[in-house]
Design a protein around this ligand. Structure first.
Ligand code: 13P
Length: 251
């Protein structure tokens, strides 16, 4: 078996109603039979139970978009990874750039969340990515390194044996302007070789997803790059046909 079975994850963000997410999940269950990659959907917290009831006994895995870095206590409004585990979530996205930029999540908070997810027995999808200013200033490598180092400092290199990385350039998210396959591959290869300095077998096994304006039209080229192991999909994940087409492009 491919040590890095591709994964395509849908990040549904702040979208949908109880009935629309059930309809979307039902369409995915109905259409997923010819998909060979791993498929994950991440609805909002309050829709998780509805989606769980639809995807149970299907090939589609369930995840969450965020969680608390705490496991319990006086943290009003938070949701713990342990609570999500009770709803059969397998993965939790941490450090999405929208969380970092709009909700003030630092590298250190993101790292603690990744550890909290693993402590609950789940797999964190750790998002990293540079802004347009950082790319244009030629800083993407140091930004990416700092974001990765902060996580490594908390979960250790061995923690990446049980984690997924998602490279999401901020300038490509929701803009319709994907990174080119060469740009994305360059970053993915850099991330993998950075991890390989610490442990080459962990680095060879870790899935690195690309996210940012992935569509059916560009998915195949992105996913055919040697270090791109699938995608984290926003807008196109809200349309079952588009999302399934992207999944098929991954294998
Ligand atoms: P888009 O696919 O809408 O660009 O969003 C990407 C993303 O943020 C996935 O987490």
């Amino acid at each position: 078996m491919n040590p890095r079975q591709p994964l395509v994850a849908g990040n549904w963000k702040l979208n949908g109603s109880r009935s629309s997410v059930k309809a979307l999940a039902t369409a995915l269950v109905d259409g997923v039979s010819d998909v060979t990659c791993d498929v994950l959907v991440c609805p909002s917290f309050v829709h998780i139970q509805d989606v769980q009831s639809v995807v149970a006994n299907s090939a589609i895995k369930l995840g969450s978009q965020n969680c608390s870095m705490q496991s319990s206590g006086a943290f009003t409004g938070e949701v713990a990874a342990e609570m999500l585990q009770e709803f059969s979530c397998s993965h939790i996205i941490v450090g999405h750039s929208e969380r970092r930029q709009l909700f003030g999540e630092s590298d250190s908070i993101v790292a603690k969340k990744a550890a909290a997810v693993q402590n609950a027995g789940l797999i964190p999808i750790i998002c990293i990515g540079e802004t347009l200013e950082e790319r244009e200033a030629g800083n993407w490598q140091s930004v990416m390194s700092a974001q990765l180092d902060a996580v490594t400092a908390v979960i250790g290199i061995d923690g990446f044996a049980n984690a997924v990385i998602a490279y999401e350039p901020v300038w490509a998210i929701g803009t319709g302007k994907s990174a080119s396959s060469e740009q994305a591959q360059e970053v993915h290869a850099m991330l993998r070789s950075k991890l390989a300095e610490l442990n080459s077998s962990v680095a060879a096994g870790v899935k690195i997803l690309y996210g940012g304006s992935v569509k059916p039209a560009n998915a195949k080229e992105l996913f055919s790059q040697p270090d791109i192991d699938g995608g984290l999909i926003g807008g196109a994940a809200l349309n079952a046909d588009d999302f399934l087409a992207i999944c098929r492009a991954a294998g």
